[in-house]
Design a protein around this ligand. Structure first.
Ligand code: NAD
Ligand code: UGA
Length: 463
């Protein structure tokens, strides 16, 4: 079976980039990405390709090449479903904020809506691919809905979780460590798996395309994120110990990471991990383990989140403590708001929680981020719902110019590891700050000794 028409439901951080790469690498396949969010689709279709809604290095060039040729963005979900032979579901699966499993389980309402819509609209057989990150065994619920509410057409369900990281999405998609495809082990199931393998094989070496049963695939996605996040929490836990013992976390990380069994990646101590997925996926894993009565397993993974919350709070408390236990009315400049560099995504960014903590102490926060808008910063704070929107607007200001953000500040906090911060004129920044001038480097990004030479008091994570 050879696929020539694909639809992807969900034009977000995964659906948009993933489909853009498939379209670029497979000019013979027509790829339509649909979303209910009209503003988002309009932005994907913006004639100025730099205005697409997801900022990722290299993405605009890929979109510019494929858009209008075999890559289309549309709000007409039904037609796209009807036309496609293979449908990726790439909608959001956030943590539930209500009812059973509130605060832990994944909210699958958007997944179910997609399934019901596909079942209603489809008039020919289709392969349905879970691209969203889902709890293990979701495919059986999907199958139930599709088969019991459909028009008698045949649906085959695959799991094909996405492993791209934001900021490096384009290179991750062009050269993935692996592509994972899970499906039924029946003859029909294997045929569907092969159809999807054939698409990726247009640019991914076959030995990097792993095929498994559907449950292994679903569970591997949650656990891959849990493992990565666990490494960050592990190194962050040691960063606190370093601060008490005069060991330096960067030296410890290098010493540990040169052991080839451990490896050097994901050993960067930080103010805490953010992003839309690590926390949500671990909470989901914890919820699933508890639902099977596996208390020790659940407690083990929950500790990764507890450590991360501690790290964010600890960073904020350090700022307060070093500013003589009061930040009331003091200007604190935040360099960076995105959850990591090279993305405009701010979901679950540590900056949000550090800001919230400081605002409880009535600090004034001045934010500069090269890719995050003022509106996004305020939306993030309003969403927390810990103070009124008016108060947020009174206490938080955003700046287009980092030097202005830092002017007359008592302290600077580095929240995102943007490369440009390293090449600032730090002497000029120092001269325009209130003294003593403090830098709280939540990313271990800057040259501590050089800053101390200028006169800054520097507090870096883990050293
Ligand atoms: P997102 O919120 O950026 O995008 C999801 C999109 O789906 C939204 O634009 C929303 O409007 C749309 N949508 C929701 N329901 C719809 C419906 N019924 N019909 C049409 N459109 C609908 O989310 P995302 O970051 O792209 O994540 C999507 C999934 O991929 C999640 O399950 C996430 O866990 C997973 N994932 C994300 C990343 C990442 O880096 N962001 C990486 C790997 C996996
Ligand atoms: C992560 C995974 O890396 C992807 O494989 C996965 O597909 C994705 O989640 C997902 O499912 O959404 P992402 O969250 O985009 O990708 O970015 P990461 O590079 O993993 O960083 C996550 C957070 O951990 C960031 O806040 C980052 O600054 C922090 N981090 C990462 C550290 O603090 N230290 C490190 O050493 C590495």
């Amino acid at each position: 079976m050879s696929i020539s028409k694909i639809c992807c439901i969900g034009a977000g951080y995964v659906g948009g980039p993933t489909m853009a790469i498939i379209a670029k690498q497979c000019p013979h396949i027509r790829v339509t990405v649909v979303d209910l969010n009209e503003a988002r689709i309009a932005a994907w279709n913006d004639p100025d390709v730099e205005k697409i809604p997801v900022y990722e290095p290299g993405l605009s060039a890929v979109v510019a090449e494929a858009r209008g040729r075999n890559l289309f963005f549309s709000t007409d979900v039904e037609s796209a479903i009807e036309d496609a032979e293979l449908i990726f579901i790439s909608v959001n699966t956030p943590t539930k904020t209500y009812g059973a499993g509130k605060g832990q389980a994944a909210d699958l309402k958007w997944i179910e809506l997609c399934a019901r819509q596909i079942a209603r609209v489809a008039k020919s057989d289709k392969i349905i691919v879970e691209k969203s990150t889902l709890p293990v065994r979701t495919a059986s619920a999907l199958k139930d809905i599709l088969q019991n509410t459909g028009n008698g057409v045949n649906f085959r369900i695959l799991s094909n979780p996405e492993f791209l990281a934001e900021g490096t999405a384009v290179e991750d998609l062009f050269e993935p460590d692996r592509v994972l495809i899970g499906g039924d082990q029946s003859e029909e199931g294997r045929e569907a798996i092969e159809a999807l393998v054939e698409i990726y094989a247009n640019w991914v070496p076959r030995e990097r395309i792993l095929t498994t049963n559907i449950w292994s695939s679903e569970l591997s996605k949650l656990t891959a994120n849990a493992y990565l996040a666990q490494r960050v929490s592990s190194i962050n836990s040691l960063s606190e110990l370093c601060e008490y013992t005069e060991a330096d976390i960067n030296e410890v990380a290098r010493a540990i990471g040169t052991d080839s069994r451990i490896g050097p990646k994901f050993l960067k101590a930080s103010v805490g991990f953010g992003g839309s997925c690590f926390q949500k996926d671990i909470l989901n894993l914890v919820y699933i383990a508890r639902s099977y009565g596996l208390t020790e397993v659940a407690d083990y993974w929950e500790q990764v989140i507890i450590m991360n919350d501690h790290q964010k709070r600890r960073f904020a408390n350090k700022i307060i403590q070093k500013l003589y236990n009061t930040v009331n009315g003091k200007k604190i400049a935040f360099l960076g708001w995105a959850f990591k560099k090279d993305t405009n995504d701010t979901r679950e960014s540590a900056a949000i929680y550090v800001a919230d903590h400081l605002l409880h102490e009535q600090a004034n926060i001045a934010v500069y981020d090269p890719k995050v808008t003022e509106q996004q910063v305020l939306t993030d704070m309003d969403y927390l719902d810990t103070r009124s929107p008016e108060e947020n607007r009174k206490l938080i200001k955003t700046y287009q110019d980092p030097y202005e953000a830092c002017k007359d500040a008592h302290a600077i906090a580095i929240l995102t590891e943007w490369d440009e911060f390293k090449s600032y004129d730090w002497k000029r920044i120092y001269d325009n700050m209130l003294k003593p001038a403090n830098i709280f480097d939540g990313r271990n990004l800057l040259d501590k000794a050089a800053l101390q030479q200028i006169g800054f008091k520097v507090w870096a994570i883990g050293s």
